[in-house]
Design a protein around this ligand. Structure first.
Ligand SMILES: CC(C)(COP(=O)(O)OP(=O)(O)OC[C@H]1O[C@@H](n2cnc3c(N)ncnc32)[C@H](O)[C@@H]1OP(=O)(O)O)[C@@H](O)C(=O)NCCC(=O)NCCS
Length: 191
């Protein structure tokens, strides 16, 4: 396995090997089958069939223009407005809900099955507690490491240089350079 720096170098050096997928997008968008067919294209791009070092390049030409040199492993899923900074690393099955904008700084790492959630509901009446839909943006600062299975909730800002422990549920803003863990996530110590 190549070290991460070499992999990012490889990404930079690579041309658009996946232009055919972008061509396919053109056909799909002109066909009248837009939504279902685009879902198929996106599912393919997030599948194991596409090497992780190319995935961001293709996604950038689909719905996510704000991706730069990120390793995005298979079975991740983006919805809505997702903007990743340079050289992020997303392990398998990371889910990012960009119902409101999600931004990350550079060199942010996401553990497997971690999630960023921006959409939520007002609490409705007893017959349907999931009331009116709302969404609040999330920002994750430079250099953060989000542990496996952690969940970042709507409206949260995580300061630069934080570690979010595996399984944490982050409901409030996190101070920079700090370790947070637990449900709800609490400050464990400054780093
Ligand atoms: C947070 C982590 C990095 C450990 O950091 P650390 O500095 O070594 O922290 P410690 O193990 O000394 O733990 C400090 C405290 O946090 C608690 N803690 C650590 N990890 C925790 C977690 N995931 N959830 C809840 N509490 C946790 C410890 O129990 C300890 O509590 P105490 O002081 O009451 O005893 C590690 O536990 C973790 O979550 N790693 C993520 C692994 C992962 O996601 N891997 C995927 C690869 S991308």
């Amino acid at each position: 396995m190549l070290p991460a720096r070499s992999l990012f170098g490889l990404i930079r050096a690579t041309g658009s090997l996946f232009e055919p997928i972008v061509f396919l997008k053109g056909i799909v968008m002109g066909s009248g089958l837009k939504i279902a067919a685009m879902d198929l294209v996106k599912n393919f791009v997030f599948s194991d069939a596409v090497p992780m070092q190319y995935r961001w390049k293709i996604l950038k030409k689909l719905d996510w223009p704000h991706l730069e040199y990120s390793m995005i492993r298979s079975k991740c899923l983006f919805i809505g407005d997702v903007r990743l900074g340079e050289e992020n690393y997303l392990n398998r099955q990371v889910f990012i809900d960009g119902s409101a904008t999600v931004t990350t700084g550079s060199h942010v790492q996401f553990g497997p099955r971690s999630m960023v959630i921006t959409g939520t509901h007002e609490i409705g009446e007893a017959k349907c507690r999931g009331g009116k839909s709302t969404a609040q943006p999330v920002h994750i600062g430079n250099g953060c490491w989000i542990g496996a299975g952690a969940i970042i909730l709507p409206g949260v800002t995580i300061g630069d240089g934080c570690v979010i422990a595996a399984g944490a549920v982050v409901a409030k803003d996190c101070e920079p350079n700090s370790l947070y863990a637990g449900v709800p996530a609490r400050l464990v110590r400054k780093l």
